[in-house]
Design a protein around this ligand. Structure first.
Ligand code: FNR
Length: 184
């Protein structure tokens, strides 16, 4: 999932690129966050509220079913966008045994500025310690100056970036298999 709702979002474009370049053994399914409402404990089924909003139920079910997650993280004010953090907050309940617990996750992001979402990814890593997720360390996908890496249709045209995305997906698959073997 990507933490932006914009039609011309660089991060949603990066997610589409990951789905397009994924090696044959990996299927990237896109989940759009537009329908996920702001977190509200009164609607949180796992806390005895609820029922969960339909989009939240679907989100949690899809995360539960996925072997691994690719979180594409816009940087807002040196942190992850509210859209992505909000989704993480919904999925993170009940604490300790949520669909994020022990889930292999890779982080990626793109920004027009030079930082390439590195600061947002660092903050998100901290959030994902709380959820007991297994976040891949490298390769890091932090695409700075991203305006130049995509064409007018928002296709990722920079060859080095495309290769980096493939390398990260391969590493995520290996990371996922390693954790599955350890749990068996
Ligand atoms: C930004 N942007 C931004 N960029 C960055 O590198 N570091 C930052 O701290 C911020 N902060 C920030 C705050 C807010 C409220 C906005 C709207 C934007 C710029 C941001 O990276 C840029 O708009 C991206 O294009 C947003 O991602 P999408 O929507 O293109 O995926």
């Amino acid at each position: 999932m990507a933490g932006s709702l914009r039609q011309w979002s660089l991060n949603r474009a990066l997610l589409r690129a990951a789905a397009a370049v994924a090696p044959e053994r990996i299927t990237v399914e896109v989940f759009e966050l537009a329908e996920v409402p702001p977190y509200n404990g009164d609607l949180d089924e796992s806390l005895g509220g609820g029922p969960d909003p339909h989009s939240v139920r679907e989100l949690k079910d899809r995360v539960e079913a996925a072997d691994a997650l690719l979180l594409i993280c816009p940087e807002y004010n040196w942190g992850p966008s509210g859209v992505l953090k909000n989704a993480i907050d919904w999925i993170s309940r009940p604490a300790g045994s949520s669909p994020l617990a022990h889930k292999p996750i890779a982080l990626a992001g793109a920004s027009p500025g030079p930082a390439g979402t590195g600061r947002a990814q660092l903050a998100l890593r901290q959030n994902l310690l709380s959820t007991k997720s297994y976040v891949l360390q490298e390769p890091e996908v932090q695409l700075g100056g991203a305006g130049k890496l995509f064409d007018e249709q928002l296709e990722l045209i920079d060859e080095q970036s495309r290769e980096l995305v493939v390398q990260q997906l391969d590493a995520l698959a290996e990371w996922t298999q390693r954790h599955a073997r350890a749990a068996a």
